[in-house]
Design a protein around this ligand. Structure first.
Ligand code: NCD
Ligand code: ZN
Length: 349
């Protein structure tokens, strides 16, 4: 039996939601992950340090006894965000990063930024204090094909932004294209990129070929195979600029299985098993720790976790439930569409 013991990982992009959903989904993450960058796209969004403090308290209350989990909070950047509030939240250790959603780009992003020049003072302050900006990198221009929105965002928004504030520390969130990989590689130490588990496993056929499969629909939408291969190469390369952000984004099934289903893949429960499978396929198990446990903390200037987890390869495929069943209904768990033999088996200090 093959085993792999590595430092406990962190998730650098996670949706935990609120209320009953938060209570239901949090254990899937806190069982294995020590920390997570928590997305602020609640309804209404987490826009001020006071909002973030209150949300952090609700998350901490929902952490199951015996789990050691630290939520790293983000603020949802709006055109009304105050630089002083952002700085105070960062200095007090309440807020780790700010999230830029172009208005309308994804689930619950209506209050996002329409005119980037309006947030320039906040971004300049963040650059001055070394606070990272997490970017949902898609344009919302209806004239741009949805499969091109990431590449066009890099050209139209991200490159000009980084040229105007070179000291700003930027995380390209959930990159999905070879253009995203190439741009991340072209940056210096101020640029990082997260990659999700599911974008390493599926391409757009999973959503559209042989019937429409809403549980594979997320934003940014999965692209062609050539892009998936570029993401795999980046994630398994050991390059410090790339780290895991699962983008686990739970929605109740009826909200996805309908005429206008919402975007989001719930992959937290089996993410580590899926990743071990991917890294084994790429002959890169020795670089899994860099991707999930070392590169992220290095970018965020935090120490890596001291605790360890052990992954074990077993003969029998791991049996995962199809969904997490809540009182309000089921939430389908990401199905990698092939048997997975890796399991997380124990935690040791
Ligand atoms: C996310 C969600 O559901 O909140 N959906 C998604 O498809 N990833 C929003 C996001 O991160 O884009
Ligand atoms: Zn997300």
């Amino acid at each position: 039996m093959k085993t792999l013991t590595i430092r406990r990982p962190d998730d650098w992009h996670l949706h935990l939601r609120d209320g009953a959903m938060l209570e239901a989904v949090l254990p899937a993450t806190s069982t294995h992950f020590a920390r997570a960058i928590v997305m602020p796209n609640l309804v209404p969004p987490v826009v001020t340090t006071a909002d973030a403090r209150a949300y952090r308290d609700r998350i901490l209350k929902a952490v199951p006894r015996g789990h050691d989990f630290t939520p790293l909070m983000t603020l949802y950047l709006t055109e009304a965000t105050r630089a002083d509030d952002v700085e105070a939240g960062f200095r007090d250790g309440v807020v780790t990063a700010v999230k830029l959603y172009p208005a309308g780009a994804t689930t619950n992003s209506q209050s996002g930024v329409r005119d980037i020049t309006k947030v320039q003072p906040v971004l300049e302050r963040m650059a001055a204090i070394g606070m990272p900006l997490c970017v949902h990198g898609e344009v919302t221009d209806p004239a741009i094909d949805i499969f091109d929105r990431e590449a066009v965002f890099i050209e139209r928004v991200l490159e000009p932004l980084r040229r105007s504030i070179p000291e700003l520390r930027v995380v390209m969130e959930h990159i999905t294209t070879k253009e995203g990989v190439a741009y991340a590689r072209s940056g210096g130490g101020n640029l990082g990129a997260t990659i999700t588990t599911h974008h390493l496993i599926i391409n757009r056929n999973a959503i559209l070929a042989g019937g429409i499969r809403p549980h594979y629909y997320c934003l940014p939408v999965a692209k062609r195979e050539v892009h998936r291969l570029a993401l795999r190469e980046a994630a398994t390369s050991g390059d410090k600029r790339f780290f895991l952000g699962t983008d686990s984004a739970p929605h109740l099934d009826p909200l996805k299985e309908c005429a206008c289903g919402c975007a989001g893949v719930f992959c937290a429960p089996n993410t580590l098993s899926c990743l071990a499978h991917v890294f084994e396929e790429e002959n890169a198990l020795d670089r899994l720790e860099a991707f999930i446990s070392l590169n992220g903390p290095a970018f965020y200037r935090l120490p890596p976790n001291e605790a360890r987890i052990t992954l074990k390869r077993q003969e029998e495929p791991v049996a995962y439930p199809k969904s997490l069943v809540m009182r309000a209904g089921p939430v389908t768990i990401f199905d990698p569409m092939h048997p997975i033999h890796w399991n997380v088996c124990e935690e040791a200090i």
